[in-house]
Design a protein around this ligand. Structure first.
Ligand code: SAH
Ligand code: SF4
Ligand code: F3S
Length: 465
């Protein structure tokens, strides 16, 4: 146990501890690791417990009303913890980062007095300086869309940090969104689309692989719109980037998320045939199966276009499975529109999906429409859609019994002598096997399907690299 600093005494840098709590999408998970790495260089150790923390960063999500509300209730609890610490002569700084920070800025400081600092997703590289000002007693909000490239200024993690995080890692390749779907806050909270240079992504991936990472998921709000600088004035598409990354020795698996249907280029579809390391699992949000609603959502494609992408993907690689996002109860959605969504889901047959009730978000065009759908209707539609999607998920799990595929082992299993990993379709898989297999892929035959995981048998003693 370290002794807490006395009142009035600045804690020595090495004694400080930071807790980052992330909400929302994978982009926030990735950003959290980068913030932790940056603060590590400033002398902050990572902690999982609030009581221990000198600094708590809430890495927030603004996508739906519930997500944003949760932050204020969390802040209420933190304010109480902070007061208790203050009574003991200790201090805790509270930082609000992420998309609520970007969307609400100084409002957050007004609504919750205990917050010291509000920092938007494009300003994380300025955290050390902002924290110094906060320690001097300032309460500030920095939500500028920075001119400098935040990725260049954020430090790389070291081997020990990477190892502690496991065999699977995210790498942000693209951030921001220019699509402006009429329901969505992301273009406002993450700014315009920007792609990282190819060389930077390759270097980061090689460092991760060198430290034991075997699976990389490339992330972006519109990852398939990736168009990154590649050498002398050239540009690389996502398919080209995947091809380059697939050549990295020791890397076993590649994934990418989240894609938009209109950016699903044939070249990317073909990459699923050409690149064995690219997992046969594609997350492609459709939101609705009704052309009328898709148009009102400003999705820029119809239901048929979505279905034909799915068909092309399955043609490129027959074992491809799909997952998606759906919104029910978008303004003006009729029973017939909703039925079209159900029909699309039945046609595709999804392996897994996320579905949400439409939530009006401040500043988005759909929120101002006067044909909002009744909450009870939204709930009924969501229940019906979720029942169908759950049925499809179970059917997909059951259909894997008897199949053989590579499982990437991540950790010890639930029972002694078991190890656990992920299938190409992200399903947890448990087998009897030695811990030496953890961190590697091995061929597994699936012998049982539960509702949330699969049971299998290791096929051979020859583990893959
Ligand atoms: N960039 C991705 C999705 C980002 S947000 C894409 O283009 O699909 C993740 C999901 O949250 C969306 O796919 C959508 O299904 C859901 N979502 C976004 N805004 C929402 C809102 N206002 N109400 C309900 N769900 C929403
Ligand atoms: Fe939001 Fe649409 Fe952009 Fe996705 S594509 S982040 S749903 S605006
Ligand atoms: Fe949420 Fe922001 Fe991600 S609003 S979904 S954390 S981009």
């Amino acid at each position: 146990m370290e002794t807490p600093p006395r009142a009035g005494e600045a804690p020595s840098a090495l004694k400080r501890k930071v807790l980052v709590k992330s909400y929302g999408c994978q982009m926030n998970v990735y950003d959290a690791t980068r913030m932790t790495d940056l603060l590590g260089r400033e002398g902050y150790a990572e902690t999982k417990s609030e009581e221990d923390a000198d600094l708590v960063i809430l890495n927030t999500c603004h996508i739906r009303e519930k997500a944003a509300d949760k932050i204020y209730s969390e802040l209420g609890k933190l304010a109480i913890a902070k007061r208790a610490l203050n009574a003991q002569g200790r201090d805790m700084k509270i930082v609000v980062a992420g998309c609520v920070a970007q969307a609400e800025g100084e409002e957050v400081l007004k609504r919750q007095r205990a917050v010291d600092l509000v920092v938007g997703p494009q300003s994380y590289h300025r955290l050390p300086e902002l924290l110094r000002q906060a320690r001097d007693g300032a309460r500030l909000a920095d939500t500028e869309f920075a001119v400098e490239d935040k990725f260049r200024t954020l430090p790389a993690p070291n081997r020990a940090q990477i190892r502690a995080r496991g065999v699977s890692a995210f790498v942000t390749v693209q951030e921001g969104c220019d699509k402006f779907c009429s329901f969505c806050v992301v273009p406002y909270t993450r700014g315009a689309e920007a792609s990282r240079p190819v060389a930077e992504i390759i270097a980061e991936t090689m460092r991760l692989v060198d430290a034991g990472v075997r699976e990389i998921t490339l992330i972006g709000q519109n990852v398939n719109a990736y168009l990154g600088p590649d050498g002398d004035g050239g540009e690389a598409s996502l398919a080209q980037l995947l091809d380059r990354l697939a050549r990295i020795e020791g890397l076993a698996r590649l994934r990418y998320t989240t894609s938009h249907p209109v950016d699903m280029a044939q070249e990317l579809i073909d990459a699923h045939r050409a690149i064995p390391k690219l997992m046969p699992y594609v997350h492609l949000p459709v939101q609705s199966g009704s052309d009328r609603i898709l148009k009102a959502m400003n999705r820029k494609h119809g239901a048929d276009a979505y279905l034909s992408i799915v068909e092309s993907l399955r043609k490129a690689r027959s074992d491809i499975a799909m997952s998606s996002d759906f919104i029910v109860g978008f303004p003006g959605e009729s029973d017939a529109d909703f039925e079209a969504t159900m029909a699309l889901a039945r046609t595709v047959g999804f392996a897994s999906s996320f579905s949400f009730k439409y939530s009006p978000r401040p500043g988005t065009p759909a929120a101002d429409r006067d044909d909002q759908i009744d909450e009870t209707v939204k709930s009924e539609r969501l229940a019906a859609l979720q029942a169908l999607l759950e049925e499809q998920r179970q059917a997909f799990n059951a259909a894997t019994v008897g199949r053989e595929f590579d499982v990437l082992f991540e950790k010890a299993g639930r029972h002694a002598g078991q190890i656990a990993g992920k299938s190409p379709y992200m399903q947890p898989v448990h087998v009897e096997g030695p811990m030496e297999r953890v961190g590697r892929e091995a061929r597994v035959k699936i012998i049982a399907a539960g509702s949330n995981s699969l049971g299998g048998r290791l096929m051979s003693e020859e583990a893959k690299a």
